[in-house]
Ligand binder design. Structure first.
Ligand SMILES: Nc1ncnc2c1ncn2[C@@H]1O[C@H](COP(=O)(O)OP(=O)(O)OP(=O)(O)O)[C@@H](O)[C@H]1O
Length: 254
């Protein structure tokens, strides 16, 4: 990595303080405390069902939380519609299943959100979209429909689409886990390029090579709680918690 490790002085982008989240009577998040600085790259890992998706979905308000406080770029997340709109501008999200609109072309998929959500004019939306499609190296597919693209290409379009909103933060929820192995690298390369440009990122991923190469910090969750967090060098060579060691052992066996 060429970009420097963010310093303590860097602006705080996200804070989660004593956050708790229930689905009915099931508590999915327990006392989550987390601070993410501007430009920081976080990899969030942990066993299935440990609450990783729930945590990042709370950050862009796809899920509500019942206790504690989440702040993104100074905005306190609440249920007010204007807050939700503001958060969706600040935070881009890329999902495992791409979630592209099948009836729209690649270009139209990218132009839609800035035009509908934040009133960007058609010409500017197209300029943004073309620029970002070029950045993720897929501009030549601009007039195709999602079904005409490979999984890796669709995921790169999904990344470009999220970037069209010019978010301050990008969240990735297992962006490579639905891809064939040969497609994984092209999506990871796109994410690495974004990290190199200083984008604040939280990535839920089991790609530990990506974590080693890109992350400033790896956060390990189990049973809805943060169990351990450390810089990758420390996390992978000297995991402190038994559950982390077990998780890393299972990943290595796979
Ligand atoms: N909408 C929901 N209603 C009820 N329970 C839910 C809901 N979404 C998630 N859960 C539960 O919350 C817990 C955390 O789920 P979550 O998807 O956040 O885990 P995860 O760590 O992202 O798992 P995976 O790696 O399998 O995607 C799980 O026990 C899950 O069954």
């Amino acid at each position: 990595m060429t970009s420097p490790m963010p310093t303590q002085a860097a602006e705080t982008m996200i804070t989660m303080a004593q956050v708790e989240k229930w689905y009915g009577s099931f508590q999915a998040l327990h006392d989550i405390n987390m601070t993410v600085r501007s430009g920081e790259r976080i990899v969030l890992c942990g066993p299935s069902g440990s609450g990783k998706s729930t945590l990042i979905r709370c950050i862009n308000h796809l899920e509500t939380y019942q206790k504690g406080e989440i702040r993104v770029g100074g905005i306190v997340l609440s249920d007010q519609a204007k807050t939700i709109d503001a958060i969706r501008r600040e935070v881009g999200m890329v999902f495992q299943q791409f979630n592209l609109f099948p009836h729209l072309t690649v270009l139209q998929n990218c132009m839609l959100a800035p035009m509908k959500a934040i009133g960007v004019g058609r010409a500017e939306a197209e300029e943004r979209a073309r620029g970002l499609l070029e950045r993720v190296k897929i501009l030549e597919q601009a007039d195709k429909y999602p079904v005409q693209l490979s999984g890796g290409q669709q995921q790169r379009v999904a990344i470009a689409r999220a970037l069209c909103m010019r978010p301050k933060v990008m969240l990735f929820d297992e962006p490579t886990s639905a891809l064939d192995p040969e497609m994984v690298k092209e999506v990871l390369d796109t994410m690495i390029a974004l990290a190199d440009e200083g984008m604040t990122m939280i990535c839920v991923t089991h790609e530990m090579g990506f974590a080693r190469q890109v992350a400033d910090r790896v956060i390990f969750m189990a049973s809805g709680a943060i169990v351990e967090e450390a810089a990758p060098a420390e996390f992978f060579t000297n995991p402190r918690h038994e559950r982390t060691r077990k998780f890393l052992g299972e990943i290595l066996r796979k």
